[in-house]
Write a protein that binds this ligand. Structure first.
Ligand code: MN
Length: 199
C-alpha cells in the first residue's frame, strides 16, 4: 500500500510562487486521491508488492490504464513536490553534483538560460493536462519532453530528472489561465541540489 508522501516544507513555504491554498488542494486532495485510487487498483494483485516504477512498466506492458494513470500521477507528483525548496535563491554554495548537472545542461542546450526557456516553452505548449520533463537516457544525455496525462519518462525507459506539472490544478488558483507566468516563476523555487541528485 502506498501512502501520501508528506510535503518536505510547510504549505506556505513556497509563496508567492505557489500558494498554501494551491498546495493544500494539489497535495492534500489531488495527490491523495491518486494514492487512494492506486491502492484500490492494485490491492490483492501481484502489483501490490512492486515499486511505483515497476508498476508503471507493468501497466504499460499490460495496457492497464487505471493503474498506469494513478501510479504515474503518484510518481510524477512525488517528484514534483520533492524538487522545490524555500529560500533556494539565497543559497550561494554550488556542490559538485550541481556543477555536473549544469555542465550536462550546457552540453545539451547551450546554456542554462537556453535550457530554462526551452523547458518553459515546452511546458506552455503541452496541449491540455500533462507534464514537461527533463529526462536522461542511459548515457546521461539530457532531453526535454512533453507528456500528456500521467505519462512520464519512466514509461519510456528514461530517467526523470525535473518536472513541472501543467495540469490546471497545479496553477489555476494562483495564475488562472497564465500558465507561462507559473512556469517562469517556478525557477525561483527549484532545489537544484535535489534535482542534481537524480542525474
Ligand atoms: Mn498535479
Amino acid at each position: 500500500m502506498f501512502t501520501l508522501t508528506p510535503l518536505p516544507y510547510a504549505p506556505e513555504a513556497l509563496e508567492p510562487a505557489i500558494s498554501a491554498r494551491t498546495l493544500e488542494f494539489h497535495h492534500g486532495k489531488h495527490l491523495a486521491t491518486y494514492v487512494k485510487n492506486l491502492n484500490a487498483a492494485i490491492e490483492g494483485t501481484p502489483l501490490a508488492d512492486l515499486s511505483l516504477e515497476e508498476i508503471i512498466v507493468k501497466a504499460v506492458e499490460g495496457g492497464l490504464t487505471a493503474v498506469f494513470n494513478n501510479a504515474g500521477q503518484v510518481l510524477n507528483h512525488n517528484m514534483y513536490f520533492e524538487q522545490f525548496a524555500p529560500e533556494v535563491g539565497q543559497k550561494t554554495a554550488v556542490s559538485a553534483k550541481v556543477s555536473a548537472l549544469k555542465s550536462a545542461l550546457e552540453a545539451a542546450f547551450g546554456s542554462i538560460e537556453s535550457f530554462k526557456s526551452q523547458f518553459a516553452a515546452a511546458g506552455a505548449g503541452v496541449f491540455g493536462s500533462g507534464w514537461v520533463w527533463l529526462q536522461a537516457d542511459s548515457e546521461n544525455r539530457l532531453s526535454i519532453a512533453k507528456y500528456s496525462g500521467a505519462d512520464n519518462p519512466v514509461a519510456h525507459g528514461l530517467r526523470p530528472i525535473l518536472t513541472f506539472d501543467v495540469w490546471e490544478h497545479a496553477y489555476y488558483l494562483d495564475y488562472q489561465n497564465r500558465r507561462p507566468d507559473y512556469l517562469a516563476t517556478l525557477w525561483q523555487i527549484v532545489n537544484w541540489e535535489l534535482v542534481a541528485s537524480r542525474l
